[in-house]
Design a protein around this ligand. Sequence first.
Ligand SMILES: Cc1cc2nc3c(=O)[nH]c(=O)nc-3n(C[C@H](O)[C@H](O)[C@H](O)COP(=O)(O)OP(=O)(O)OC[C@H]3O[C@@H](n4cnc5c(N)ncnc54)[C@H](O)[C@@H]3O)c2cc1C
Length: 379
Amino acid sequence: MDQKQYDYAIIGAGAAGLQLILKMIHDTFFNEKSILILDKDEKNTNDRTWCFWEREETKWDDLAKHTWPYGKFINDNEVIDFDLSPYRYKMVRSADFYRYAKSEITGTSTIEWVKDEVINIENNQIQGSNNPYSATHIFDSRIPQAFHDRQGNYHTLIQHFKGWFIKTKEPIFDRNTFTMMDYRLKWKDSTSFTYVLPISETEALVEFTLFNDQLLMTEEYDEYLRQYIYKYLDIDSYEVTEVEQGLIPMSDYPFQKHHSRYVSKIGTAGGWVRPSSGYSFKNADRYSSMMIENIKAGKRPEKGIATSRFRMYDSIFLNVLSSRNDLGEEIFTRLYTKPDIQSVFRFLDEESNFFEDIKVMFSLNKPQFWRAFFGTFFK
Ligand SMILES: Cc1cc2nc3c(=O)[nH]c(=O)nc-3n(C[C@H](O)[C@H](O)[C@H](O)COP(=O)(O)OP(=O)(O)OC[C@H]3O[C@@H](n4cnc5c(N)ncnc54)[C@H](O)[C@@H]3O)c2cc1C
């Protein structure tokens, strides 16, 4: 039997692959294109929860489990409240997103979703563990082995965390205010904090998070969660209804070197995670729109993506936190409190101009930071 040739193949039905396919479905340019989407998993469980900020109401509001107009940042000395306006912080559960994307795909006749594990890609030929496939262009969200092998001279931290969705009997939480970072409980002298996302007066996701290079045993995260809930949330009776655990690479590794003639890397594998924060869901929205415009203009799909000056700032950030992980609390306190939160969101969204960047960078006024800054600029 002849092997079917697709116009596009997307490997990975995750945040990036599905946001890209949704953009294709909603653009008439792709109406007649045959598209294959390959994933090794069914994508029908809630394997993660995505949070991000947005200025306006968007399509994500229909899917969002909860949104917050206010946030706070806590350390030993102070509680800093922020009114996020005009932004809102939003939470989308991955199971809802997968369900929505699948329902949109089902309504098309040109997209095929196949469950298969990709073993290798050679030019435009994809070797799956069940079948071979061929496509004119491939969008690949597999993280390159070279990154895992830590080849090359670059800075990498791991954002690793465990979270419990908890339910209390009594109303305890303020459903309008989430805690971005609470540094009162730390693992040794590391950049570690707790993140609290209340979804009702009796329910919240509480997540103990570290930005360093040392994963913990799963019971250690549990112990920190128990302590935080008891000591800082003042809750002694609750039920754990769901658990979330994961890790996100925060790295200045040059993911772009893995694009090739027939393959554009996307998602984490394409460098879509903002290295200084670990956020990438919104980048996937923005970058997949850029890819669509590039394709329509006959350019390389990844042109101009994840290569801006912001990557240099992030590299400075990683450089400092890799060598002085104990400075995280102070750096993030300054970042989230010295400029206004709206400027920080604009900076993390890569929307700020050079003068606004300088304002954010000046707020992190630490000698280690300036050494890394000048070292990067004048090397
Ligand atoms: C638990 C967790 C929580 C997170 N929370 C946030 C958040 O709040 N906000 C935020 O902005 N970011 C968050 N992130 C970071 C980032 O947004 C996510 O990791 C995001 O899902 C990355 O998108 P992706 O498409 O690159 O990868 P994924 O969503 O992981 O998708 C990759 C897909 O590729 C498939 N795949 C991999 N290898 C193969 C293969 N060989 N063959 C076939 N299929 C394959 C996988 O099955 C998977 O479906 C979080 C990450 C994790 C792990």
